[in-house]
Design a protein around this ligand. Sequence first.
Ligand SMILES: [Fe+2]
Ligand SMILES: [Fe+2]
Length: 306
Amino acid sequence: MSVFTLAHLSDIHLGPMPRARRRDLMSKRMLGYVNWHQGRKLVHQRDVLEVLTRDIIERNPDHIAVTGDLVNIGLPGEFEMAAEWLRELGPPDRVTAIPGNHDAYVRLHPEQGTVRWLPYMQSNEAGEKLSPTPASGFPFLRRFGDIVLVALSSAIPTLPFIAAGRVGSAQRALLRPLLEELGRQGLFRVVLIHHPPLPGQVGWRRGLRDAAALTGILKESGTELVLHGHNHEQTEYELETISGTAVVVGVPSASEAVSGKIPAARYNEYRIKKLKNGWECEMVGRIVGEDALTVRECERKLLRAP
Ligand SMILES: [Fe+2]
Ligand SMILES: [Fe+2]
């Protein structure tokens, strides 16, 4: 049986920040702009991201998932830069993106916002056949043989200093029967979401408002793998669901600079294989080395075996 490889990266926080006009810095953006220039630009570095991106492209995975926070304060110029970065990463049929809280920093005219990433943020033909995407755009499905990506949006505009998210009742209502049907068809379900989905994984200020409701659906309808970002750290949790143990994995930021001796920027590669008696899924972690020039394997772990 062939192996499907899925690379997962998140929290790109693409720099450098484009020059901002005064009128673009109204509201929450002003705080974000100051915040970026006072420190975040030192944490999130474009050359670190480039090293990581090159490694992914060279390893040529079957698919790449980007789980949000592509930009910082939602300036129109940032969305365009991020669209360009996505095109470098790969064509839309090889790359799936979902938004994070930074991508919904302020309410934007859609034409200046994430609409520029739309080719990367919509179902593929096989996914559309499984279930048509609702008018709101989420959840959308991408199917590759026996693997299906279920893409959610937890991005909502919030008040300053709040980085919370919400899936919302409309997406949740669709998600329950969707996961059940995909499970009945024997597909390996990979749920993509920006915010950590389990209750208590993040504090109130930065957390997913409907984490408990979402987790209930995942448990009762079943899923195999949940991939998220937002916390900028590697975390793994097991979740008992009706169809077995799902693994919930958070990945560090893809652009976070090496600080001291601790390498930060990382992505994970999942090697998913259908065996006669179930699924096997191995995770391979790859980090930017201390030299900030190379990427090396830092972890290899069997997450699931039949
Ligand atoms: Fe982030
Ligand atoms: Fe985030």
